[in-house]
Design a protein around this ligand. Sequence first.
Ligand code: UDP
Ligand code: MG
Length: 473
Amino acid sequence: MPCFNESEVIEAFHTALLSAVEPTRQSFEVCYVDDGSSDGTRSLLRGIADVDPRVRYTAFSRNFGKEAALLAGLRMARGRAVVMMDADLQHPPELLPRMFELHRQGFDQVVARRDRAGEGVVRATLSRAYYRLVRHCMEVDVLDGSGDFRLLSRRAVESVLSLPESNRFSKGIFSWIGFDTVNVAYHNCERAAGTSKWGSRRLLNYGIDGLVSFNSRPLRLAIHTGLWVVLSAVAYALWTVAKVALYGASVPGYATLLTAVVALSGIQLVTLGVIGEYVGRIYHETKKRPHYLIRETDRSSPTGRSPTTAPAHAVAAASRVPAGTRRVVRQFLLFVTIGFVNTAVYLAVYMSLNRWLPYLAAHVLGYAVSVVGSFLLNTYITLRARPTWQAFVRYPVSSLAGLVVAGGLLYLAVGHLGMDKNVAALAAGVLVTPLSFLLARWAITSGARAAREGHRGEHRGELGQPVDESEAV
Ligand code: UDP
Ligand code: MG
């Protein structure tokens, strides 16, 4: 059910729908699509979906039009058969059992066709003329009064969804896919509440969509008209020449001239417009934009039910841990790994330099190498930031702070708690690691942030290759 500003009628519709479908003892789900309503339809749908697990809804980020809403509904629905209907009670739910019955008999499309009783004379006449024109022009057959109230079998739904075009004129698409189709007639009725969303302008545009979506005959028509006009111009010119030869030149006829000019420019404009329509459609198709954007669904709403089986929502379920927390955990694990790597680097440098240098000099050099190494690795890998001289200076200071805190803990553990000296050193090391991580992160990133915010010394003090700005923390 596509719903656009239907708050006045949606609850009545839902009640009527349930009382028509429940007695058939079919298993069913109700899929509402809120097409960017601004009148509280969305919260009403959320309320209905909250209390009834058979009800699902999707809400668009803005009004994308009924065609987009129908498409979203077809993508949502999981049933063996899918019925599309308006939410304003103009499509009577009482017809549904009969439509289910016809589907069981093997029809892939059951089309509810309304008569035009009770409709305004002008609108009814225009509609009838339009359908006659469409039937004349189109390669597909569209019947007067067969709106979007129809049942599609699963394979018909899959066929509709397999069409990739972005200009969707579903009346044409439904007819194009074919399969066994049957009509059910019903009486047209007034919408129960609210107002129609189809003003005359919107209807005219919808009409043009319909005509242009499904065929290239208007282009052909333009060529034919052009040819006829050229032929009659030639005939007119010949006649004028003959007249001048026989009777001599008379006073030039402005009226004839003007008429010809105006008629021709009119034809040219129409033809240009027709070509423009097609070019515009090609442009539109090449952009490959999505048909709609989703604001929320029954699963994503604040009060929504917990996810059940639908695979489309697996992503939402997988990311229940907030992204920020996951990022910090990942950074911390990298920090610890780099810590081990750097201890190994220190030992390697210390042990190899030992042979040629006094051992204290080897220690200082090994320590320096491992500090620079850990600074660069943590900057690039752990925090994906850009190294700066400020950060480089802050980094050893932050390690020093870690060292002091670890020493304090060690002193407490051994002096006051009487712990074994080795165990205490290990425990102090483990306990202080998160603090060292936070200090190192501060040392590396606070400079980066300041540099980015204030554009102070932007590229001054860079140590290495610049890292992509967007990657910087
Ligand atoms: N609708 C929609 N998006 C729109 C316009 C209409 O989803 O931009 C829905 C509307 O809520 C209703 C159905 O399409 O469920 C038919 O609309 P409406 O009753 O206004 O059309 P009418 O019956 O007058 O042709
Ligand atoms: Mg209506």
